[in-house]
Design a protein around this ligand. Structure first.
Ligand code: B3K
Ligand code: ZN
Length: 874
């Protein structure tokens, strides 16, 4: 099929003003009656065409008259109807098979036939699997939804909007009706029906609306919804205060399911969550997962304005809601937790997930120009880079200016399907600045390289910074434009003091921190009244999503690591220094960078004034994926070995005794509490334990075994288990068996059991994966389980997955083909684990290419997987 292009966008010829949906729900068969009140665009003469896939059409009538077969045509994914007028009402009735739906898109069954429940997932194009409809985000309709089902089997009936009645029917059936007063696109429709329990809370919005907050789950996990409920309340308050946004319905439902293709879904008034991002309890949830629950609850809630009240005109604008909502969540999480740690985690994620995407065969702009399958574009680029672009804009406008701009954006676009131009226009108009130059960021793929050269003129007391930019070509865009790149900077003296910055013509000249904007290929910035050669700290807070190539010496980086006041930049100096040290180790030249890195960290370790969590992050060198990105011909096993060696050097420098002492102190303070200090201690304890086990495996294993046995939290338990597995400890088997037994009835915890075992070294990981596949708890039908096994292995254990004989590639490719037949979205996403194959060393590259090519040859692959493997090979 030919791709859909942004340049070919046309407003819909037919809109739907109102829709009434009646569901007769059953596990094997459900019937859907839809009455659409149609509006025609008088300027377009196109016949009425509705999307619809996999629907069995039972009846069709126009304005109350049944249609004879000659006056409509029902194709594979479309229904064309003759004779419709502006104002006509089209009524269709279709039959669906929820239990047979393994793609988890449209209406499907979660859990078993006996006890499971029915639910929907419509974004991006699932609604067309439920009824005939113009299934595109710029068709906004008012929804009235009536659900009917057997009361015993489906005691709870939910749909988006406000409840408008319920009652009994004959034969043990019952009904419930929901009316959504806010017109919405079809992708935000949702229903849920089954046996579910709930917890409730009353909430009053800042503007005085009484709202019932309700979280739903299967009975055995309802006690694990309280943390998410707290997070929801915090999110609602925060959006009122930070953005003046209030909730706008009388009820807000949130439902947890174990069978979900992604993290969660912001359906209007009825959010549906992957249980992984909703359920939490101290016994089975790690600290990282608690923070993820808080972040995803917030993200989905914030969509109520950035996504639902103001939605997207077309799917090319996806980042309009996703980049913006990620940014809002990042601000919220920073406010709730530690701002520098949040920034560190987000930048690390960007580097691990987005930079490789931007540098590989799947590179695409934040606003893609074309797609074949839209579900393939819910990417790190659209989400994470998209968020970085919003962050740049907010930095450009300042806190107050950005808020003014956002107020304008929400007000001007409320109830509309908007574009990125609308967004930049509103932000700019409210501040009398032209932000359209930033559109290039949305249109151009690839990560810009920012180069910094410097020059100090002692006689003139001038420091000149010459910044230049270059964006390498990407598959469909060989030539790149210069972008506006805001560079936040400071200059340090060699004593670690920040200098006042005198820059001609800069409005904030005299401050110790300034933002300069590079918007040409190259530009010079001259700082005056500088008495001695300074040490520049550039791109503070990661002020733009670029790769900075600077020539700081190890001593200069060490100085920033010691003195920078900004926690993020301190970490960043440490990362840069670690990269220098890593390269020195690999090249076998001078030890200067290694010594500088180890000395600087040893000093911080001994310091006692550094926050434990920040220290743990600073003591973690860039990951293997990030290190591989820097190479032309990567050998993941060697990268792993060098990185291990680098950390061994660090551990040696700190000394076994100092590490052990710190471990003991931290272990004594161990508790299961969730406050920031306790979380930080666990984070550092994990890092210290890992370093100990690098120096002395047996000692590390003994400590880990004890930690596993006595752990009061999942964080400690899993950290210990991970050390046992990664170091191939003799104690690992017992601990793993114990863990499996303990959590056999908790799928989210069991996922961790699968996940951790994929992290064995080298070929042992392949053997583990093959064995785990045969575990009775493994199934290709559950996306979380698939990701816990194959996703964790292929993405988080490069040294294990990338076996030189290609066995890893072949296993993944075979499973992808099987998975694709069940669930194309999950298969296509997992296939992106092959992304970096072109930059492998020649032997692995050839093996990977052969495996991908063999997969591409398979008959009957989905459009989703086809698009990914084809782009991968071209
Ligand atoms: N909007 C959904 C993602 C839908 C993905 C469709 N394949 C979750 C989110 O970003 O909030
Ligand atoms: Zn989102």
């Amino acid at each position: 099929p030919s791709p859909i292009r942004l340049s070919e966008y046309r407003a819909p010829a037919w809109r739907v003003e109102r829709v009434e949906l009646d569901f007769d729900l059953g596990i094997d068969a459900s019937e859907v009656t839809a009455r659409l009140r149609l509006r025609r665009d008088p300027a377009q003469q196109t016949p009425l065409r509705l999307d619809g896939e996999g629907l069995e059409l039972l009846a069709i009538a126009l304005d109350g008259q049944p249609l004879d077969p000659g006056s409509y045509r029902h194709g594979d994914n479309q229904l064309e109807v003759d004779g419709a007028q502006d104002g006509s009402v089209l009524e269709t009735r279709v039959r669906l098979q929820p239990a047979a739906n393994t793609a988890l898109e449209g209406l499907y069954l979660s859990g078993s036939r006996e006890t499971g429940f029915l639910l929907t997932q419509c974004e991006a194009e699932g609604f067309r699997h439920i009824t005939f409809f113009p299934d595109r985000p710029d068709v906004l309709a008012s929804y009235t939804v009536t659900l009917r089902a057997d009361r015993k089997r489906f005691p709870v009936l939910l749909a988006g909007g406000n409840p408008e009645g319920a009652g009994e029917l004959e034969d043990g059936r019952h009904w419930a009706r929901f009316v959504d007063p806010h017109p919405k696109p079809s992708y935000l429709f949702a229903l849920v029906a089954g046996r579910l329990e709930k917890i409730e809370r009353d909430y009053v919005t800042a503007d005085g609306r009484a709202v019932k907050l309700v979280m739903w789950s299967e009975a055995n996990v309802i006690d694990r919804c309280h943390y998410a409920m707290d997070a929801l309340e915090r999110s609602m308050r925060w959006d009122e205060q930070a953005y003046g946004r209030n909730y706008d319905l009388d009820v807000f439902h949130v439902v947890a399911t174990h069978d979900f293709n992604m993290g969660a879904m912001e359906n209007k008034g009825l959010n549906i969550f992957n249980a992984k991002y909703l359920l939490a309890d101290p016994d089975s949830t790690t600290d990282d997962e608690y923070r993820a629950v808080e972040a995803v609850v917030a993200h989905e809630y914030f969509h109520n304005w950035s996504g639902n009240r103001v939605t997207c005109r077309d799917w090319f604008q996806l980042s309009l809601k996703e980049g913006l909502t990620v940014f809002r969540e990042q601000q919220f999480s920073a406010d709730m937790n530690s701002p520098p740690l949040k920034r560190i985690e987000d930048v690390a994620l960007l580097r691990r997930a987005q930079f490789p995407e931007d540098a590989g065969p799947l590179a695409h702009p934040v606003r893609p120009a074309q797609y074949s399958e839209i579900n393939n574009f819910y990417t790190a680029t659209v989400y994470e880079k998209g968020s970085e672009l919003v962050r740049m804009l907010s930095g450009r406008l300042g806190t107050d200016g950005f808020r003014r701009g956002m107020d304008r954006y929400f007000e001007a676009n409320d109830g509309r399907a908007a574009t990125l131009e609308d967004f930049l226009g509103a932000l700019g108009d409210a501040n009398q600045v032209d932000l359209l130059p930033y559109l290039v960021w949305y249109a151009q793929a690839g990560t810009p390289r920012l180069k910094a050269r410097r020059d100090y003129d002692a006689a003139r007391r001038e420091f000149t910074l010459t910044l230049s930019q270059h964006t390498p070509g990407t598959p469909s865009q060989p030539e790149k434009h210069a972008l506006p790149i805001p560079v936040k900077l400071a200059l340090f003296t060699h004593e670690g003091r920040m200098l006042p910055l005198h820059l001609d013509g800069h409005p904030r000249s005299g401050d110790t921190e300034l933002v300069v904007v590079l918007d040409k290929a190259e530009q010079r910035f001259v700082f005056r009244e500088i008495d001695a050669e300074p040490v520049p700290s550039l791109l503070r807070g990661f002020s733009a999503p670029v790769i900075l190539e600077s020539h700081d010496t190890p001593a200069e980086l060490a100085l920033l690591l010691r003195h920078d006041v900004d926690g993020f930049n301190r970490w960043e100096a440490g990362q840069q220094l670690a990269i220098r040290a890593y390269e020195a180790l690999r090249e076998g030249g001078s030890d200067a960078a290694i010594v500088a890195w180890c000395d600087a960290l040893a000093a911080l370790f001994a310091d006692g004034n550094v926050d434990d969590a920040l220290l743990a992050e600073v003591m973690t060198p860039p990951g293997e994926v990030e290190l591989a990105e820097r190479e032309r011909e990567a050998d993941p096993e060697r990268i792993h070995a060098w990185r291990q060696e680098l950390q061994r050097r660090l551990a040696t420098r700190i000394s076994a005794a100092a590490l052990l002492q710190r471990y003991r102190t931290l272990a004594q303070a161990t508790n299961g509490q969730l406050d920031a200090a306790s979380q930080a201690q666990r984070r550092l304890k994990r890092r210290v334990l890992e370093l100990i086990s690098l120096l002395d495996a047996a000692q590390g294993q003994a400590l880990a075994t004890l930690q596993y046995e006595e752990a009061p939290s999942m964080t400690d338990r899993l950290a210990a288990l991970s050390v046992l597995v990664r170091t191939d400890a003799p104690q690992a088997a017992t601990a793993l068996a114990h863990f499996r037994d303990r959590y056999v009835d908790n799928p989210l915890a069991l996922d961790k059991w699968f996940n951790v075992q994929t992290q064995r070294r080298g070929a042992a990981s392949l053997a583990s994966v093959r064995e785990l596949e045969r575990d009775p708890a493994f199934t290709l039908k559950n996306p979380n389980r698939v990701n816990a096994l194959f996703g964790a292995w292929a993405r988080s254990n490069p040294a294990g997955f990338h076996q030189a004989d290609g066995a890893g590639y072949r296993l993944l490719a075979e499973r992808l083909a099987q998975l694709d037949a069940l669930n194309p979205q999950v298969a296509a996403r997992l296939a992106t684990a092959f992304n970096g194959w072109r930059r492998l060393e020649p032997v692995r590259r050839a093996q990977a290419q052969a495996a991908i090519a063999a997969l591409a040859e398979q008959a009957g692959l989905s459009r989703n997987l086809t698009e990914i493997v084809q782009s991968m090979l071209h």
